[in-house]
Structure formats: C-alpha cells, structure tokens
Design a protein around this ligand. Structure first.
Ligand SMILES: CC(C)(COP(=O)(O)OP(=O)(O)OC[C@H]1O[C@@H](n2cnc3c(N)ncnc32)[C@H](O)[C@@H]1OP(=O)(O)O)[C@@H](O)C(=O)NCCC(=O)NCCS
Length: 148
C-alpha cells in the first residue's frame, strides 16, 4: 500500500470540507440522511483528523474536548474502497497519541453496533446498554488511562 499520511486539518479549510464530504458519503447517505449545517457550525472547537493515500482523502474523524481530561471521538469514517486495510486503526492510534500529547487521559465515543468489534479490538470498554442514535443501535465506549 502507498504511504498513509495522517494529519490535523483546520476547521473550514478545503481539507476540512473534504472530511465533511467523506463523512456524508460514508456515515449519512447510507442512512438516508444528510450532514446537518447547524451541527457543522458548532465544530470550530473540535480537532479534525484526516488520512490521505496518494494525496486523496480516505479517512477522517473529529475529537471534541469535554472538560480537561476527556476527548469525545466522533464521525469516524473510512472510504468504502479501502475499509478493512488498517486505516481506521491508524486514525484511532493517531488520536490516542494526540490525546496523550495534549494532556487528555480519556477518550469516549458512541460506537455503531456494526462497528463495535472494531473498537473492542482496539481495547475500548463498553459502558451501559445499547441505545439508538441517528436511528441505529449504538454503544457508549471509552478508553481511560487517567489512573495510570
Ligand atoms: C468502522 C471503520 C471506521 C473501521 O475502519 P477500517 O479502516 O475499515 O478498519 P481496520 O481495517 O483498521 O480494521 C481493524 C479491525 O476492525 C474490524 N472491522 C473493521 N470494520 C468493521 C466493522 N464495520 N464491523 C466490525 N468489525 C470491523 C476489521 O475486521 C479489523 O479486524 P482484523 O484486522 O482482525 O480483520 C470503517 O470500516 C468504516 O468507516 N465503516 C463505516 C462507517 C462506520 O461504521 N464508522 C464507525 C462509526 S462508530
């Protein structure tokens, strides 16, 4: 595989707008939904992470600071053509290293039931029961190293 580049992109930059397009294509359109402009307007305080292969965006996620210790990981998406090749794993690892560098010690997320095994394999812990979000089943999950 070509070299995978993962980097932070700035809110409202052309690279950020590419992440929005990828998220809409992978996470929203299959559910008959669209990205909500009001939601996007609130994303200025989030860290936006994007992955590139040969200069083309293939994956992304966003990290929302919640207080001083926790980042919420959201909108994790990998282009369908390259799913199952380790790109999602690399995006999550990048985010964990980023969290440590910035002094956070906990990552939480709402995992789609379909993707739960992906996070299980990355040592995320399930908190509580299944719930519905965007019309599909989810689980709250976390990785917490604050006590270490
Ligand atoms: C879930 C997703 C982000 C994972 O990224 P990826 O690049 O495909 O994942 P990786 O290649 O790093 O996979 C790592 C492991 O997770 C497993 N896995 C990947 N996607 C999975 C899925 N949807 N369901 C269950 N397991 C999955 C793989 O089998 C792989 O395990 P293996 O190496 O033992 O085979 C990606 O498949 C995706 O965008 N899916 C559609 C949107 C989605 O569900 N996003 C998550 C929202 S919470």
């Amino acid at each position: 595989m070509s070299e995978l580049i993962i980097k932070l992109v700035s809110f409202q930059s052309p690279e950020y707008l590419e992440t929005v397009e990828l998220r809409e294509r992978i996470l929203r359109i299959p559910l008959g939904l669209k990205v909500d402009q009001e939601e996007l307007d609130k994303e200025g305080n989030q860290f936006h992470v994007a992955a590139y292969l040969d200069g083309k965006i293939v994956g992304c996620l966003a990290l929302v600071p919640i207080g001083t210790k926790t980042l919420k990981m959201r909108q994790v998406a990998v282009d369908k053509a390259v799913q199952g090749q380790g790109i999602g794993t690399r995006l999550v690892s990048y985010s964990e290293e980023f969290a440590i560098k910035k002094g956070f010690c906990r990552i939480e997320l709402h995992a789609r039931k379909e993707a739960k095994r992906f996070y299980d394999d990355l040592a995320y812990t399930t908190l509580g029961d299944e719930f519905t979000e965007v019309g599909i089943p989810h689980y709250k999950m976390e990785k917490d190293w604050c006590a270490n």
